[in-house]
Write a protein that binds this ligand. Structure first.
Ligand code: SAH
Length: 342
């Protein structure tokens, strides 16, 4: 594998069959991590950017088969944050040093364009040095345009899979692969900094599907790529499926860092959920972003996308302190910057 890793390091690309061999092997993972770390340090030094994640709603009109807050899950606790609660999360976050707020939620029609635009411009006026990131799923071009005009800087919308066939196995037929792709290109067209991504080890996923994801990312050129292991949720049709592995997730993080040297790569909560040191290992394999939870503690357990999600019990300040320790324990440091992609 050494030759393939070195080719990827020096050229940023491999053929499909080379990717297949590299992804399917578990050899030389230390070497892959070493090269990935070398590349991340070349561009970002030892900096790790913080994103304050505010989970604004657990209501969702969609029915993704893997997700714990899918609309058919009658057992899911539902909540939505008020404008005041969201602003109060931002206030706490700002004091803790966050310069990016990510508002994420299920697709909840309560959060109309008018509501979001007024909230976004309020946040931007109060914290002009902060970036506002949205992660609210699929919306119309017009809706994305209005929120961009109101001051939103970034949008996270994982493509989930670049294979139309696999997409069809993970979503009900009323959901459209083409629309999700179109949303991503619309966001780019509107000038958002975009985050795409996919789950690792989701049911039915093959190595060929993962290679399609890598090719799609080469085409889209997002500023951020979020990947995390699939983890089953007990109240979904995938309750009895196996979780994705730490090893494959780390391997893909290393590959992504070598393919996209300047991309923002988060060590996700899902990575910390499948292994106690998952996020630290992600940081050592090219990751340069962490997204601590800023949501009010009393709602956190209800934003249950998958089982055993970590960080649902602590206050934001405790989360930051814990992450700071973890980041420093592996030789990196938290950056006080907004953390735009280079
Ligand atoms: N409604 C928004 C936010 C989705 S939640 C949207 O459509 O973008 C954010 C991400 O969590 C999803 O994009 C999905 O990739 C991930 N996710 C959902 N269920 C998961 C599970 N069971 N295991 C791991 N990740 C999951």
């Amino acid at each position: 594998m050494k030759n393939l890793i070195e080719k990827l390091y020096s050229t940023g690309n491999l053929t499909d069959s080379e990717f297949q061999r590299l992804i399917d092997s578990n050899e030389d993972s230390g070497l892959l991590a070493e090269y990935a770390d070398r590349v991340r340090r070349k561009y970002y030094g030892n900096k790790v950017f913080l994103r304050g994640l505010i989970e604004i709603s657990s209501y969702c009109r969609n029915d993704c088969l893997y997700c714990g807050i899918r609309r058919s899950n009658r057992n899911a606790g539902r909540y939505r944050l008020s404008r005041k609660e969201i602003l109060s999360c931002c206030e706490t976050g700002y004091e803790l040093g966050f310069r990016t707020f990510v508002m994420q939620g299920g697709e909840d029609s309560y959060f109309t364009d008018d509501f979001m635009c007024s909230l976004i411009s309020d946040i931007k006026n109060t914290y002009p040095d902060c970036a506002v990131t949205l992660s609210l799923g699929e919306r119309s071009f017009e809706s994305y345009r209005r929120m961009k005009d109101a001051g939103a800087d970034r949008y996270l919308l994982r493509h989930e899979t670049a294979s139309a066939e696999l997409y069809g196995k993970l979503h009900p037929s009323e959901m459209s692969f083409e629309n999700r792709m179109e949303c991503l290109f619309n966001l780019k067209k509107l000038g958002y900094q975009v985050g795409a991504g996919f789950m690792v080890g989701v049911p039915f996923q093959t190595t060929q599907d993962i290679i399609k994801d890598l090719r799609f990312l080469q085409e889209l050129k997002p500023q951020m790529i979020g990947i995390g292991a699939f983890i089953p949720h007990h109240d979904t049709p995938f309750a009895n499926e196996k979780a994705g592995t730490l090893e494959l997730t780390l391997r893909l993080l290393g590959i992504l860092r070598l393919m996209f040297p300047k991309v923002l790569l988060p060590a996700t909560t899902a990575l910390g959920t499948i292994a106690p040191d998952g996020r630290e290992r992600g940081l050592k394999t090219g990751c340069n972003v962490v997204m601590p939870n800023l949501s009010p503690v009393d709602v956190r357990k209800k934003y249950s996308l998958y089982d055993n999600k970590i960080c649902t019990g602590e206050e934001a300040a405790e989360c930051v302190a814990c992450l700071q320790r973890r980041i420093e324990s592996v030789g990196y440091e938290i950056s006080a910057e907004r953390g735009d992609a280079l």
